[in-house]
Design a protein around this ligand. Structure first.
Ligand code: UDP
Length: 319
């Protein structure tokens, strides 16, 4: 197939491009490099079946016929989407609409990368797909949460009213190589701090929970969902839940660091708990994650070491 990936220069998008190439497809990556990086293409940039278009999908585009579109373009770490609030709302609305129009024109399949943030600060635990969420529509995180909720609504509307063949994945916290050193996410911060011997910054009391999925598991679930015929949202994430403190301790163990923990204020609307119910993905796709957090952190460690070395030489590329 000829497949278009928006946001293909980002963390998840680039892993997806690499997987699709390995599966024998041609891949066109479209990205405006707001938070993505060209160096994420390093391992496959020269593949003749891969091409890159520098473009902001909020403006209509057409790079020729495609069979399938993965819409992965959006700032996705809390620090990034709070910094780029309007851009985040635009890419989740105008950007997704332009992708859906393109899918309609070429009768291509359409796949939306949505998020566990649709559940907000959930009062149902673990989160099933049928839960409607508990989202502050005007809080700091609203620019991302409401953008993704709108893009889900738009995707379902194009499915119902305009006959586009659509899929929606709700992605939970994912980590692995190509996470940006300075994206402010918990795994990036802790790995960097541990390797530098700095204090690990725990926000709030550190008893809030997250459930971390290694990137290869996440991509496997995504590709299987794309191959299914399920139109309704499907959770893809790792159901093994950790407190932030436990995550910090595991990072110290894996890095062998003697860093200390230091407590900082909790950001606004930071979800107290997050854990996917993946019964649907298990039954529908025969999928479940296989990499546990300790193993995945170990596999991510060489990447963070290298990123820090590059960073300290002052040659880290800007976004
Ligand atoms: N967090 C933390 N220290 C950090 C970065 C994040 O304690 O240096 C916490 C954050 O408050 C949240 C969790 O770790 O409760 C996950 O944060 P992240 O930014 O990775 O993503 P989120 O799951 O909130 O979207």
């Amino acid at each position: 197939m000829r497949i278009l990936v928006t946001g293909g220069a980002g963390f998840l998008g680039s892993h997806l491009c690499e997987r699709l190439l390995a599966d024998g497809h041609s891949v066109i990556c479209v990205d405006n490099l707001l938070t993505g990086r060209l160096e994420n293409f390093r391992t496959f940039a020269t593949d003749p079946r891969f091409s890159f278009e520098l473009h902001d999908i909020c403006h209509p585009f057409n790079f020729g016929p495609v069979d399938f579109i993965y819409d992965f373009a959006s700032p996705a770490s809390p620090e990034d989407y709070i910094k780029w609030g309007v851009e985040t709302l635009e890419v989740g609305s105008l950007g997704t609409r332009n992708c859906l129009e393109l899918a309609r024109e070429y009768k291509a399949g359409f796949f939306l990368a949505s998020t566990s943030e649709c559940y907000g600060d959930p009062d149902v635990h673990p989160q099933t797909e049928s839960y409607w969420g508990h989202v502050n529509p005007i809080g700091k995180r609203s620019v991302y949460d409401e953008a993704k909720r709108f893009s889900e609504a738009l995707t379902m509307a194009y499915h119902h009213y305009r006959g586009v063949d659509t899929r929606i994945v709700r992605i939970f916290n994912t980590y692995g190589p190509r996470l940006q050193l300075n994206d402010g996410r918990v795994i990036s911060n802790f790995m960097k701090q541990a390797l530098l011997g700095d204090d690990l910054t725990i926000y709030g009391d550190g008893m809030q929970t997250r459930s971390f999925c290694y990137v290869s598991d996440e991509i496997e679930g995504i590709v299987r969902l794309a191959a299914s015929s399920e139109h309704l949202p499907t959770n893809i994430g790792n159901p093994h839940e950790f407190t932030v403190i436990d995550c910090a301790k595991l990072v110290l163990e894996v890095t062998g660091s003697a860093s200390k923990l230091v407590f900082k204020p909790l950001p606004q609307d930071d979800p107290k708990q997050r854990c996917p119910d993946i019964s649907k993905a298990k039954a529908l796709l025969g999928w479940e994650p296989i990499v546990d957090l300790r193993t995945g952190l170990g596999m991510t460690l060489p990447y963070f070491r290298e990123s820090l070395a590059t960073d300290s030489r002052g040659s880290s590329p800007s976004q």
